[in-house]
Design a protein around this ligand. Structure first.
Ligand SMILES: Nc1ncnc2c1ncn2[C@@H]1O[C@H](COP(=O)(O)OP(=O)(O)OP(=O)(O)O)[C@@H](O)[C@H]1O
Ligand SMILES: [Mg+2]
Length: 396
């Protein structure tokens, strides 16, 4: 017999050598509560017989009694078992363990009880009654949300890299084709003079080619193949000088206020002035559109500050940002974004604007420019409340 345990009584009471008596039930309860995973014990009617605190925590129903509730109500908010309500989406490991008598595993998305979801890995162990029938299932529920989000983030970064390489290659070649088209159209216009009847056609060619060139510029910026010329610039000065232009892109009614709150004592950053302005213009135009989509008016705030980062991750490259950075953020109180939209905003050609209203290249270009400056970008958004884009440039 192992040390310390003197006898196991038929009553389920464990007698220890130190004289203390503990019941088997209370020992099992303590084990269940101590586990780092959620546990449901479920009967053949899919009713929960036992649930430990961690299972309650995962489903956001702490403190409430779960005994007697159906597992499909708690996990998915369904009125009927998952295999009736959503048979194609839910291979139910509890049902499988009951039917096959074997251990069954699955990854599901469960309600977190606060309007969100948790990714959970489920392992269902069948428990047999003395007559050999499975009459219960012990379901272990492991919260793998963090891991899933990390996988999604890595997949998103890899997808963006692949698209960037492909798009950058095409844009580079197209640029080479476009240069002689624009150059020759311009020279022909000069040679023909302003009154020649063919001039209007040449002007149409030239302006279409220029629109194409702007698109290509954005793609090159996104793919990091843009030639940038950096020099030491004072970020506050750049923003201050651009303010009149930025105000010019807002509605003339004055319904949208634009404020600049410069941080004090910022070091200069190494940047390409024109590209930096491009970033600001894109962010402010997006902020304006988000405010107009929500209603008639609102506020946009540009802030600069010095920050020391330890734990923050870049939303687009996935790298951990560490050390001193100069931050430039653009905040609006516009319509905000759902997580679904937010996950795709940096993809080139992703837009929620009407056809013809947006190319979906603005943020893709911003990302490329920021990364070429060895900077990072994050986005915080609350649907209905607004959005903040923050850009971090290495300080010094
Ligand atoms: N501040 C913001 N608030 C809410 N949604 C935003 C904001 N900024 C960007 N978005 C979302 O991200 C999408 C992509 O933005 P992006 O700037 O890349 O392209 P676009 O603005 O749609 O088109 P373009 O920049 O070519 O005019 C937008 O269509 C919008 O759905
Ligand atoms: Mg845009």
């Amino acid at each position: 017999m192992c040390r310390g345990l003197a006898a196991i009584g038929t009553t389920g009471v464990l007698a220890r050598e130190d004289g203390h008596m503990i019941s088997r039930g209370s020992m099992l309860d303590a084990i269940l509560e101590g586990l780092g995973d959620g546990v449901f014990i479920i009967d053949r009617n899919f009713q929960i017989l036992e649930a430990n605190s961690y299972a309650r925590q995962i489903h956001g129903i702490e403190g409430e009694e779960l005994k007697g509730c159906h597992c499909y109500e708690v996990s998915h908010g369904f009125d009927e078992p998952c295999w009736i309500t959503a048979p194609l989406h839910h291979r139910c490991p509890v049902l499988e363990a009951m039917e096959t008598g074997s251990v069954s595993r699955a990854v599901h998305i469960h309600n977190d009880g606060h309007g969100g979801v948790k990714y959970v890995e489920l392992i269902a162990f069948p428990v047999k009654s003395p007559d050999g029938e499975v009459d219960k299932v012990v379901e272990i529920i492991r919260d793998i949300t963090e891991q899933k989000l990390m996988e999604e983030r890595i997949a998103r970064v890899e997808r963006l890299e692949t698209i960037g390489t492909l798009a950058g290659g095409i844009a580079h070649d197209l640029n080479n084709i476009l240069t002689p088209i624009m150059g020759n159209a311009e020279m022909a216009m000069m040679e023909l003079g302003s009154s020649h009847p063919v001039r209007a056609r040449l002007e149409a060619i030239f302006s279409a080619a220029r629109r194409a060139a702007t698109l290509i510029e954005h793609i090159l910026a996104f793919s990091g193949r843009h030639r940038i010329e950096t020099r030491e610039v004072a970020l506050n000065e750049v923003v201050e000088n651009l303010m009149p232009f930025l105000k010019g892109v807002l509605p003339s009614s004055g319904a949208i206020e634009l404020e600049f709150r410069p941080g004090q004592g910022l070091p200069s950053i190494s940047a390409d002035l024109a590209q930096l302005e491009e970033v600001l213009i894109n962010l402010v135009v997006n902020a304006r559109d988000a405010i107009l989509r929500k209603g008639d008016g609102g506020a946009i705030t540009i802030e600069t500050s010095m920050v020391s980062l330890y734990d923050e991750k870049c939303y687009t490259c996935g790298f951990q940002m560490r050390g001193d950075h100069v931050r430039m953020s653009v905040t609006d109180d516009g319509e905000g974004m759902s997580d679904h939209v937010k996950a795709r905003i940096f993809e080139p050609f992703f837009t929620t604007k009407e056809i013809g209203k947006g190319t979906g290249l603005g943020l893709a270009a911003v990302t490329g420019i920021v990364h070429q400056h060895l900077g990072h970008i994050t986005c915080d958004s609350v649907p209905g409340d607004g959005t903040t884009f923050s850009i971090y440039f290495p300080a010094g």
